[in-house]
Ligand binder design. Structure first.
Ligand SMILES: Nc1ncnc2c1ncn2[C@@H]1O[C@H](COP(=O)(O)OP(=O)(O)O)[C@@H](O)[C@H]1O
Ligand SMILES: [Mg+2]
Length: 392
């Protein structure tokens, strides 16, 4: 046995270059048996191989065994130089490694969560799908209103795939010299195509703004063509995610370049409640308080929920006790863009109308016992008030 050990060792090393749980388990078994039979030196050497492969397991994709992205391309590291705009020296992209990416999937309604999960599954099994000619998707456009969690989602998807993200804000690639813009786009894609990464094109709509300049029609066409060609070049190289707030502005030719399109809606009341609970931690509120806050933020975004939560935390620290209604009124006054205009008007001007609006809110089914404590009343005094409102 020991005379073949160098062959065994080589076998283990090559198996561990692409490690999985089964490989590690079997090599650990071998190591333990060697140790038991007194081959301490050999056991130690296998132990070394296993532990050094653990380091590389952490760095390498967790969910993808082997795919065109993972198999091909150079490894991105903290030291990899990032291309810059020649005129201004600003980097054309930012690289996020696994440890910089969010662990939690943003909260959406179930059907969207499932659709997103199917993209992740498809990307994780890319190679197997290729083998059976299933032409898997390799690009995805995420669109929806600002603050709905699109950038967060794109980063989370990349984390699931297990490779770093090259994030480029299209705005940052655009130079006042259109020739430079084309060159920047070319350089960015050349960089992304060279390394194993997900290319994340954030605020993709910036490119569409170019079209409005009538003086530069020819040059603008060139920029858009460069982008189209670059997107085509990505198909054999790696995954691409585009993110945009203004899907209407995008050229139909650009739309067609993306295999999958996901629309992210504003949070539903249920999702809004979930987000508020999450963002408010460590503060905790009861169900009717959370429902009240969600109602106030109806038609607002997840980012607005995050802002309101910070606001409430600040109030809690400064005042120790929170009167939700008065904090909410203050928030509505000073964050006019974050609260629905009709609600804001009612909140600010009349408690009477505010309460009536709450009682009649569709989809929330507030009970008088939910609302009364918020306004510092007992349910029965609220009930009296309500009948008085009706009379007047
Ligand atoms: N549905 C959501 N689930 C979790 N967090 C969200 C959600 N929507 C917004 N956020 C939070 O709001 C902030 C802005 O989100 P971001 O992804 O930048 O939005 P977008 O790119 O759509 O403008 C982030 O901190 C994000 O975590
Ligand atoms: Mg964004």
């Amino acid at each position: 046995m020991v005379e073949y050990f160098n062959i065994i060792q080589a076998l283990c090393r090559s198996a561990l270059s692409n490690p999985n749980d089964a490989v590690i388990h079997q090599i650990t078994r071998l190591k333990n048996s060697l140790e038991k039979d007194g081959y301490y030196k050999e056991a130690k050497s296998l132990e070394g191989l296993i532990s050094s492969s653990h380091g590389s397991v952490d760095m390498s994709p967790s969910k993808v065994e082997k795919s065109f992205v993972v198999g091909a391309g150079e490894e991105l590291t903290f030291k990899t130089p990032i291309p810059v705009d020649k005129e201004t020296s600003t980097p054309l992209a930012e690289v996020f490694f696994s440890s910089d990416l969010p662990d939690d999937m943003p909260s959406f309604d179930e059907n969207i969560q499932l659709a997103i999960q199917s993209v992740v599954n498809e990307w994780a099994k890319f190679d197997k799908l290729l083998e059976i000619n299933a032409t898997p998707a390799s690009s995805c456009l995420i669109y929806g209103l600002p603050g709905t969690g699109k950038t967060h989602l794109a980063k989370w998807i990349s984390k699931q795939i297990g490779i770093p993200v090259v994030l480029a804000r299209l705005e940052g690639l655009m130079s006042s010299f259109l020739g430079t813009t084309s060159r920047n786009i070319g350089n960015l894609f050349a960089f992304a195509n060279r390394y194993k990464c997900v290319l994340l094109l954030d605020e993709f709509d910036a490119i569409a703004k170019l079209r409005n300049d009538p003086q530069e029609v020819g040059e603008v066409k060139r920029v858009v063509n460069t982008l189209l060609q670059s997107l085509d070049s990505r198909h054999e190289k790696g995954f691409t995610i585009g993110v945009t707030n203004h899907q209407g502005l995008l050229d139909p030719a650009i739309w067609r370049r993306f295999d999958i399109q996901i629309e992210i809606p504003k949070p539903s009341p249920e999702v809004m409640m979930l987000l508020l609970r999450k963002f408010l931690l460590p503060l905790e509120f009861n169900d009717s308080e959370i429902k009240f806050l969600a109602w106030c933020l109806e038609n607002s975004s997840g980012a607005d929920a995050e802002t309101l939560s910070k606001w409430l935390k600040r109030a809690f620290v400064l005042e120790r006790e929170i009167n939700l209604v008065s904090v909410m009124k203050q928030f509505a006054l000073l964050n006019s863009g974050r609260v629905d205009a009709d609600k804001r008007n009612v909140m600010i001007h009349s408690d009477e109308d505010f309460i009536t609006m709450l009682v009649n809110a569709k989809n929330y089914s507030f009970k008088q016992k939910d609302i009364a404590p918020l306004f510092g009343m007992t349910p029965s005094s609220l009930s009296k008030q309500l009948s008085k409102f009706k009379e007047s």
